[in-house]
Design a protein around this ligand. Sequence first.
Ligand code: ZN
Length: 202
Amino acid sequence: MKIFCVGRNYSKHAKELGNTVPSQPVIFCKPDTALIRNNEPFYHPDFSSDIQHEIELVIRINKMGKKIQPKFARNYYNEIGIGIDFTARDLQNELKEKKLPWELAKAFDGSAPISEFTTLTEIDLNQITFSLNKNGKQVQQGCSDNMIFSPDTIVSFVSQYFTLKVGDLIFTGTPSGVGKVEIGDVLEGFMNGKKLLTCEIK
Ligand code: ZN
């Protein structure tokens, strides 16, 4: 399976990192070794002193497809959950400066904790709220309405380059409020007010 992520999909977040709002989706990948399931802890790596949380809505592909037109994209995913796109911001900034790829900063082991998934027929995709608490305090909050590129647009765009397969995941970008995590922190992710994800930093 493949994990795709969209960078800068909420304008406030793009601005908080000093980036311009993109004209087409910024896409990067993580390997399956990035996944953390079942609320297992995240072990802070020693190659970074600025690991940051990015809470995101994650959609799951349920049908194989390539070169999907936007108007048909909705037929290719039917489940949604939340995930954290852990980012070694210090490394990412160095790589960006050197105009190098981001993998070392984004795709390392454990960089993608995910929740259980919910069928999309049960909820309205346009009105999904989600948030992240750090040690009991809300630090990030977003709504699917505020995405620059909709899930349909993202699925269509990604499928022009990569064949999508059942089980592939797409992290749809983070709202503003990203911040550093420390060993001992507890992160909790919510979707439509319901806690779906817990991740302790060890
Ligand atoms: Zn992200």
